[in-house]
Design a protein. Structure first.
Length: 397
């Protein structure tokens, strides 16, 4: 099977997401995978050029021999104009791939590239899948474009032959956006039970960052934005007098500089550890260095209502208790007794962590976490995803 994937973000530079895991594993099963992506980080990290050239790049993320190929069409590197230029260059590239690569199915998970690709696919009778990982229009950095983004996202959801959501919350969202219920299916995110496991050694990381054996470490990994609740967690951390209680944060983003300032202003020099972004291969050892993992996002943030980040499954596979705010997407997907302890708001995370340590329930909650993760292996998820794609290609023939 030939699969063309399209997206409005960087396939190579962003930390591996569900689609990266699936693409590599499908490629290893003998499927041909090509990806049309977008150099979303060009403003900060890209070459200083007005107009980029078309690139063909190796796209393997988890397995070097997977053979995934990334095609990056040219864009005009001027803010907002870059998106306008995509209308021409990405449409042209999709037409080229349909003509030369002859994909059996087109899969996408974002807005503009999907909208363009689905229009071309419809004319060429190529089945399409919308694989929803997030409330996409809320991620558009320019707020005045979000209403347009919502209309395009709704169009993608309504016109795709199949809509795959990573959790029940997002499936409900897609039906609200116009998906026919019979065209929707939930295929959760997965985890690698060997890469993430309770026997991982976190001592090297603890030693590197001056964390002692008897220190109690809360851990977070991911993009640092103001809605993920870390500002409130750090504020509460500063109020405690327990010098053994520390917060280890891996990642960068909009809130990184503010967290750095808080570290100095609140005198948290050895208790708040900010590592910046780390390669994905190093993430398991960082998770192992923590005692409890956090997902303390704001409950009133619209974008957080439906999603379930992939890191939740990695936390669970590592046998780590998770403290999470009571978000609809999280509670619907995991429920109780899954290794997750719920709080009302991010400001409650520190108190809940201290209570778990004091009542001796960490081991039990961690065991529940690992048990739940064993039902969500990448092999199973890839099987389910592959079956959906095969079903569409058979309908085509």
């Amino acid at each position: 099977m030939k699969i063309l994937y399209v997206q409005d973000t960087d396939w190579i530079r962003r930390n591996p997401m569900q689609h990266n895991h699936l693409a590599d594993r499908l490629a290893l099963r003998g499927h041909e995978i090509r990806v049309i992506d977008y150099e979303i980080l060009w403003r900060k990290e890209g070459k200083k050029q007005l107009y980029s050239k078309r690139q063909v790049l190796p796209g393997a993320r988890l397995f070097e021999n997977s053979g995934v190929t990334v095609i990056r069409p040219p864009i005009i590197k001027i803010p907002i104009i870059d998106y306008a230029s995509m209308v021409y260059t990405y449409t042209k590239e999709v037409k080229r791939q349909i003509r030369e690569f002859k994909p059996d199915v087109i899969v996408g998970d974002t807005i503009l590239s999907c909208f363009l690709a689905y229009r071309v696919a419809s004319k060429n009778h190529v089945p399409t899948v919308f694989y929803i990982l997030d409330v996409n229009h809320r991620l558009i950095p320019f707020r005045f474009l979000q209403s347009l983004g919502k209309k395009l996202e709704s169009s993608n959801i309504r016109n795709a032959h199949k809509v795959i959501s990573i959790c029940e919350g997002l499936r409900e969202y897609t039906t609200l956006m116009g998906a026919k219920p019979q065209n929707t299916v939930v295929i959760t995110a997965g985890t690698d039970l060997q890469r993430f496991n309770p026997d991982m050694d976190g001592k090297p990381v603890r030693k590197q960052y001056g964390i002692k054996d008897d220190d109690f470490v809360l851990f977070f990994v991911g993009w640092l934005h103001h809605s993920n609740g870390l500002i409130e967690v750090v504020t509460e951390l500063a109020k405690t007098e327990d010098e053994k209680l520390k917060l280890l944060i891996v990642g960068d983003g909009d809130a990184y500089n503010e967290l750095l300032k808080m570290k100095d202003n609140l005198n948290l020099h050895d208790r708040l550890i900010l590592t910046g972004r780390k390669p994905y291969d190093e993430v398991p050892s960082f998770i192992a260095a923590g005692d409890i993992c956090l997902f303390p996002s704001h409950t009133d943030e619209p974008i957080m209502q439906y999603i379930v980040p992939i890191k939740m499954y990695d936390y669970l596979a590592a046998g780590k208790p998770i403290i999470s705010t009571t978000l609809p997407g999280i509670t619907k997907q995991f429920g109780d007794h899954s290794g997750i302890v719920y709080i009302d708001g991010p400001e409650d995370a520190i108190a809940k962590a201290m209570k778990l340590r004091q009542n001796g329930s960490l081991a039990q909650v961690g065991s529940e976490a690992r048990h739940f993760a064993q039902t969500c292996t990448w092999d199973k998820i890839t099987d389910d995803f592959e079956k959906v794609l095969w079903g569409l290609t058979k309908e085509r023939t």
